[in-house]
Design a protein around this ligand. Structure first.
Ligand code: GLU
Length: 449
């Protein structure tokens, strides 16, 4: 069986680390087995969906390398949902209800006060045609509920193992609102069937929905014997570094913000693909390699910890391993391509790619030297070798040490401050040949160069 999965975001907001993790795990699972990944825009709520958010979702996924094999919009498939609804109505599985939300609230309160579970009492199912007409005459429009089987629905969850939901303890779900809007429950099942989705992979907040949706799958597929229904995997949700739920903070963890903050796509995908698994939290060589190593058997039941400190570490790791060939176009685009030797000197010092611009400035200037002891700087200048090659730094600093008596930090810090204007930075022995004799001499003399 060839694997086909889908990611079904609603274009009502920006992608954040939570839903990107869902997209990523779908992609990794499918690609690890040569399968297909469908991007299915869940835009049945046309009032809240916007083309800008839809474009943003595509841009973010492409930037992360989560390229899709097929793309769909649910807003273009209403005829399919109408047909499915008509079938369910004809089979007596979708029934009209006329309660207002206030009436439902009141009924729930009464049930709770009697110690009963607040489950919808199926009053709609018992309405006569005359009663329905009377409601319509009052100006009420029906909403439509799916009649659950009321049984234990069980499946072998790829992430959770044996899973069961008792649909007898649930209210019949509303599939169509009174304004005619299809909630995602039915379109999702219709599309999964039409598109041949083999596995539904999503967060564990959907476990209860899966109980109802398996019931809907079977109702729609009843003519073909009730199946096959797709496999399911419900992933533990993300938590923050302190273990608290991340759901409330997700809005501020958008992928576009992370892109603006300078995170590398592979750091984000390695982090989100490996937290909550038994794999070491290291950066993967490529997203394809991440997919080859992916398995639900590595995923634990405990929540996955989203920790910015880990992400930062992976980001630095990704940059430290970035070859000159891969870095070169980005360096060139930023006017900071000073050659392979420069890249090799600076990359172990990068936390974010943009740090390289500052290091390039230190090489080509202008740098305003920081000199506390002018006599020391002059002495060093007088000893500066004619040629600054790979060995020059150690010979020179040795000579400065002998003449001035300065050693250790007292020797190296004033030289670094004078030559780079900064107290920290890449290895000076390797930076010096890049900066070159002329600029080093000017800076030791106190000139901005
Ligand atoms: N749009 C739904 C969501 O983001 C899709 C859920 C699903 O994957 O079935 O919650």
């Amino acid at each position: 069986m060839s694997v086909k999965v889908r990611f079904a975001p609603s274009p009502t907001g920006k992608l954040h680390v939570g839903n990107v993790r869902t997209a990523l795990v779908n992609w990794l699972f499918a690609k690890g087995q040569g399968g297909q990944f469908v991007l299915r825009i869940d835009d049945t709520d046309v009032a809240r969906s916007t083309p800008e958010f839809e474009q943003g979702i595509e841009d973010d996924l492409r930037w992360l390398g989560l390229v899709w094999d097929q793309r769909e919009n649910q807003s273009k498939r209403f005829d399919r949902y109408e047909a499915a609804a008509a079938k369910l109505k004809a089979d007596g599985r979708l029934y009209a209800c006329y309660e207002t939300s206030e009436e439902l609230d009141r009924r729930r309160k009464v049930q709770l006060s009697r110690g009963q579970p607040p489950i919808y009492d199926r009053a709609g199912l018992a309405l006569t045609d005359a009663e329905k007409s009377a409601y319509e005459a009052e100006g009420r429009r029906p909403h439509w509920r799916f009649k659950l089987e009321g049984r234990r629905v069980a499946w072998e969850d790829l992430a959770r193992g044996h899973a069961e939901v008792d649909t007898a303890s649930m209210s019949d779900p509303v599939l169509i609102r009174e304004d005619g809007l299809f909630l995602y429950t039915l379109p999702s099942v219709v599309d999964d069937i039409d598109m041949g989705i083999t596995h539904v992979i999503r967060g564990e907040d959907h476990v209860t929905n899966t109980g109802a949706q398996i019931d809907i799958f079977e109702a729609l597929l009843k003519d073909s014997g009730g199946g096959p229904t797709p496999g399911f995997a419900h992933m533990p949700l993300l938590v923050g570094e302190d273990g608290s739920a991340l759901s409330k903070r997700l809005g501020s963890l958008s992928i576009s913000d992370m892109r603006d903050q300078g995170y590398e796509p592979i750091a984000i995908t390695s982090h989100l693909g490996r937290i909550g698994t038994s794999d070491p939290l290291d950066v993967a060589p490529s997203i394809e390699a991440l997919g080859e190593g992916f398995s639900f058997s590595k995923m634990g039941r405990s929540p996955a910890r989203y920790d910015v400190a880990d992400l930062d570490r992976l980001n630095a790791q990704a940059l430290h391993g970035l070859s000159y060939a891969d870095a070169q176009p980005r360096l060139a685009a930023a006017g900071a391509d000073l050659g392979e030797a420069f890249w090799d000197v600076v990359r172990p010092n990068l936390q974010k790619f943009a740090d390289v611009y500052e290091m390039a400035r230190i090489v080509v200037g202008p740098v305003t030297p920081v000199i506390e002891d002018a006599a020391f700087a002059r002495a060093a200048l007088n000893l500066l070798p004619e040629v600054i090659d790979a060995g020059a730094w150690s010979a020179w600093t040795q000579a400065v040490k002998e003449q001035t008596g300065a050693k250790g930090k007292a020797l190296f810090m004033p030289l670094r401050l004078a030559i780079t204007g900064q107290a920290h930075g890449p290895d000076m022995a390797m930076m010096a040949p890049l900066i070159g004799r002329e600029r080093i001499a000017q800076r030791l003399a106190g000139e901005t160069a």
